[in-house]
Write a protein that binds this ligand. Structure first.
Ligand code: UDP
Length: 362
């Protein structure tokens, strides 16, 4: 079978890396990079560190507002779809690239599989939530990370083509954490010691695009009781600069504002941190997998199991809430396997095989 995989940004490179090797063992993969993330820090380093094959086609969409990105990706993708005539198109997660792939498949009548299907924050103001819902409802094969995702789809009346495969990002985290421990010197490089610092990431539109929210994020960062490493997403850095808040953070004692890090360095710093503060979906999951307490700078999460088990606290951008959570970081008693134990990539390819077999004429 020919499967066209569409990726475009940092978490999608991580997720596709978990699937690509398994996929290529049984099928032809055409890898298309939309160019939503295009620089070395957010793109090339992941291909290199995770051994993801070079893209067959690059659409080069670059930074733009959502409408321009979705339309531009569709415009670039449709001739590639017409050219390569895939039997199935595989999209990941909840970005503009994901939605553009889904809309193009619907337009051209091509079968679509969605990895990380069924995730819901139930916060309609998040662009990612709209992308998830729309993509799921255009997919014929819905590959779910968790039983909660399967339930979410059932509640929306989607049951056909739903497969629980586990979480592909977990495969990569579990496989790469020991490699990062051997190969990354990030603790030395950034002069931090195990358990004595915090790691921070923030880039959700709701936290950084609104100057008032951004101001509260800075207030949180300036109040942290331990040294903090903050590899800032380019979007966040740009918003901080526009709001006139960048210099304040750069000069703050105890906060190291860094460029985005490669995956090995980031995992190594995450694993050894006292706790992570983040609004990233992927980082919440990775923190759980590595047994690191997580403070989520949002009011909702799709990864509800981590909150229910006590490993993740939802504080939003409330400074006092963050400080209270940091004052109580004892490890919860239970740490069950939530995300498939590192076998989701193989699970995706098995599910694709079942999907294809079911479509064979009798
Ligand atoms: N990540 C990284 N370097 C960083 C920050 C994050 O390698 O400086 C990785 C992180 O380990 C996770 C992924 O990027 O695998 C998460 O991406 P992001 O937060 O951009 O996306 P989200 O998960 O929120 O969709």
């Amino acid at each position: 079978m020919r499967v066209l995989t569409l990726v475009g940004n940092r978490p999608q490179f991580v997720k596709a890396a978990a699937v690509s090797t398994h996929l290529r063992a049984q099928h032809d993969e055409v890898l298309v990079h939309s160019g939503q993330h295009y620089d070395d820090e957010l793109s090339a380093v992941f291909f290199h560190e995770l051994g993801l094959p070079a893209p067959d086609r690059e659409l080069g969409i670059g930074s733009a507002d959502a409408a321009t990105q979705v339309a531009g990706i569709m415009h670039g993708l449709e001739p590639v779809l017409a050219d390569s005539r895939p039997d199935l198109v595989l999209v990941y997660g909840d970005t503009n690239t994901t939605l553009a792939g889904a809309l193009s498949c619907a337009r051209l009548g091509l079968p679509l599989a969605h990895v990380e299907s069924g995730m819901r924050s139930f916060d309609d103001s998040m662009p990612e939530e709209r992308n998830r819902v729309l993509t799921d409802h255009l997919s014929g094969l819905l590959l779910c990370s968790t039983p909660t995702a399967v339930e979410n789809l059932a509640r929306e009346g989607v049951e056909e083509g739903v497969e629980l495969v586990g979480d592909v990002m977990a495969d990569v985290t579990l496989l790469t954490a020991p490699v990062a421990a051997r190969e990354s010197d990030a603790l030395d490089r950034f002069a931090v010691r195990e358990g004595e610092y915090l790691l921070v990431t923030a880039h959700r539109a709701g936290n950084v695009d609104d100057p008032e929210a951004l101001g509260r994020l800075v207030e949180v960062l300036l109040a942290l009781p331990l040294p903090a490493l903050f590899p800032a997403h380019p979007r966040t850095r740009a918003r901080l600069e526009t709001a006139g808040l960048l210099a304040q953070l750069e000069q703050a004692q105890g906060i190291s504002l860094l460029p985005p890090l490669g995956y090995l360095d980031f995992l190594q710093l995450l694993r050894n941190s006292r706790a992570v503060l983040t609004d990233s979906g992927g980082v919440q999951k990775e923190a759980y997998l590595l047994g690191v307490p997580c403070i989520t700078l949002r009011d909702t999460t799709e990864w509800v199991e981590t909150v229910e088990l006590g490993w993740n606290r939802l504080t939003g951008l409330d400074r006092d809430g963050v400080l209270a959570a940091l004052g109580d970081l004892a490890a919860p008693p239970s740490h069950p396997e939530l995300y498939g134990g590192g076998h989701a990539g193989a699970g995706v390819v098995d599910a694709i095989g079942r999907w294809a077999a079911a479509r064979q004429p009798a």
